[in-house]
Design a protein around this ligand. Structure first.
Ligand code: SAH
Ligand code: SF4
Ligand code: F3S
Length: 493
């Protein structure tokens, strides 16, 4: 699972995602034994990959201040919930989790131990002190642009303050002041290059929770990429709410676009794969399309959300593209990189959506054909224009449309996976599988691939023949090494 957005059913895996970023391992247990004063920190991420990235950075910031990351809330001296506000269900999750944490905090208090409970991320930004009013066990609430100030906030709590709130928007400060990213310990790492959004789609909270669009400079992105690769990463996913609107300062009085950034990243030795997410159709420019044509390291997979196939709905959503321009764009991208696999996001039941509008969405899906996609019922978000529209759609209608759309998307996903059967593709081994002697890797098209292979191959690319296909994964047999390590040994031979 690697979308920008995580389906609510998958929220249970998000903690695991974070653990993958920074696993609780033997070394850390050792650290805690050696440093009895060290405090245990548990961060739980909800929502998109930018939150997963941010959670890693929070752990990096707090590490030098005596906090060691652990994998569960039990025994933690500090718990941070890094929250998502995108749909009502996502934000309500936070309150149920806070209910569970209350019992934990009270039990620890009876044993004479303090527990700092913090709410970060997009719910924190959107609801601010309301969170503390609704859940008094919360000690700290801070928004996505304030993570560099975490040590100071913790110090205030240590000095006796009971409620610390920080929801400012000093966007440049966050990246400028965050310490260098820690060793990734993962083969596939995230790298945030852009944050925020100026597009104001009428359904979406992101421009309000993450603030205005901001791009990190080229040199900072390249430095961080190099550090991640030096630390063992072989694949980088560049992150941004509008990642292809990237326009980082190039240090020469101009800016660098995403296509050019991918070119520069391609030159990093040891980096085998580049991905990016999430892109807006309006910002898919020629430079990026040409990068897909020219750069073997840029993976043939593109998450390109359209939301609806109806021009009328796209207009009320303020999407700044229509179905026809999207289809033309897909044609241009496929001409540049014929094997590219497409993914998308869809919202059904946006205010005013008629049966015909919904049929237009199904028709667009049939015309484009996706390798996989995410689809959601419209969830009115307070403060967004969509929430005030009078033509809200009945829940039952939304559910029925979602089921029909998902049936079609599933069919396409299965067909895409089936078409991979008996083909050969390179797989980047990322982690051990469920069974002994098995590894899990990713195909170029982001599918999980299970392969019998020894553990020392984690972090390497191999050519694999696909021998079995399931709706959500593939099984492959090894054929031999690919990637730069293989090229180097072939060269030396
Ligand atoms: N920046 C990305 C999307 C970020 S939000 C883009 O422009 O495509 C991720 C996805 O969540 C969106 O693509 C949309 O499909 C879904 N989403 C956002 N707001 C929503 C809402 N109010 N109700 C239901 N789904 C929503
Ligand atoms: Fe939200 Fe639209 Fe911005 Fe994407 S482009 S983050 S959907 S406002
Ligand atoms: Fe959710 Fe905020 Fe990401 S609302 S999707 S965590 S940008």
């Amino acid at each position: 699972m690697w979308p920008l957005l995580v389906k609510s059913a998958d929220l249970a895996h998000i903690g695991a995602l974070f653990c993958k970023y920074r696993p609780f391992d033997q070394d850390m247990t050792q650290d805690l034994q050696n440093k009895p004063n060290e405090r245990r920190l548990f961060i739980k991420s909800y929502g998109c990959q930018m939150n997963v990235y941010d959670s890693g950075r929070m752990a990096d910031v707090l590490g030098p201040h005596g906090f060691a990351a652990v994998e569960g809330p039990e025994g933690a001296d500090m718990v941070i919930l890094n929250t998502c506000h995108i749909r009502e269900k996502a934000s309500e999750k936070v309150y149920s989790e806070l209910g569970r944490l209350r019992a934990l905090k009270e039990k620890r208090a009876r044993d004479g131990k303090d527990t700092i409970i913090a709410v970060a991320g997009c719910v924190a930004q959107a609801e601010g002190e309301e969170i503390m009013a609704r859940a008094p066990i919360v000690d700290m609430v801070f928004g996505p642009q304030t993570y560099h100030r975490l040590p100071e906030m913790v110090a205030r709590i240590d000095q006796g303050e009971t409620h610390v709130l920080d929801t400012d928007f000093p966007v440049e400060d966050k990246f400028d002041n965050l310490s260098a990213v820690g060793a990734p310990r993962t083969v596939a790492a995230f790298l945030t290059i852009q944050e925020g959004c100026d597009k104001f789609c009428t359904f979406c909270v992101v421009p309000y929770t993450r603030g205005a669009e901001f791009s990190r400079s080229l040199s900072r992105v390249l430095d961080e990429a190099q550090r991640l690769v030096d630390g063992g990463a072989r694949e980088l996913t560049l992150l941004g709410q509008n990642v292809n609107a990237y326009h980082g300062d190039n240090g020469k009085g101009g800016t660098t676009d995403l296509g050019e950034l991918c070119r520069r990243l391609s030159e990093i030795e040891g980096l085998e794969r580049i991905r990016y997410t999430t892109s807006h159709p309006r910002d898919m420019d020629d430079s990026l399309i040409e990068a897909h044509r020219d750069l073997p390291k840029l993976m043939p997979y593109l998450h390109l959300p359209i939301q609806s196939g109806s021009n009328a709905i796209l207009q009320t959503m303020n999407r700044q593209h229509n179905a026809k321009t999207y289809i033309k764009l897909v044609e241009r991208i496929r001409a540049a990189r014929p094997d590219i696999a497409l993914s998308s996001d869809f919202i059904v039941g946006f205010p005013g959506e008629t049966d015909q509008d919904f049929e237009d969405t199904l028709a667009l899906v049939r015309e484009v054909t996706y390798a996989q996609a995410y689809s959601f019922k419209y969830s009115p978000r307070p403060g967004t224009p969509g929430a005030d529209m009078e033509t809200q759609i009945d829940e039952a209608v939304k559910s029925e449309r979602l089921a029909r759309l998902q049936a079609l998307l599933n069919e396409q996903q299965i067909a895409f996976n089936e078409a991979c059967n008996a083909t050969r593709m390179s797989v980047l081994f990322e982690k051990p599988g469920r069974f002994d002697g098995q590894l899990i890797g990713r195909s170029p098209y982001l599918q999980s691939v299970h392969v019998e292979a020894p553990e020392h191959l984690i972090g390497t690319l191999e050519e694999v023949e696909i021998v079995a296909v399931k709706p959500n994964s593939l099984t492959g047999h090894r054929l031999g090494a690919t990637g730069s390590a293989a090229k180097a040994s072939a060269h030396g031979a």
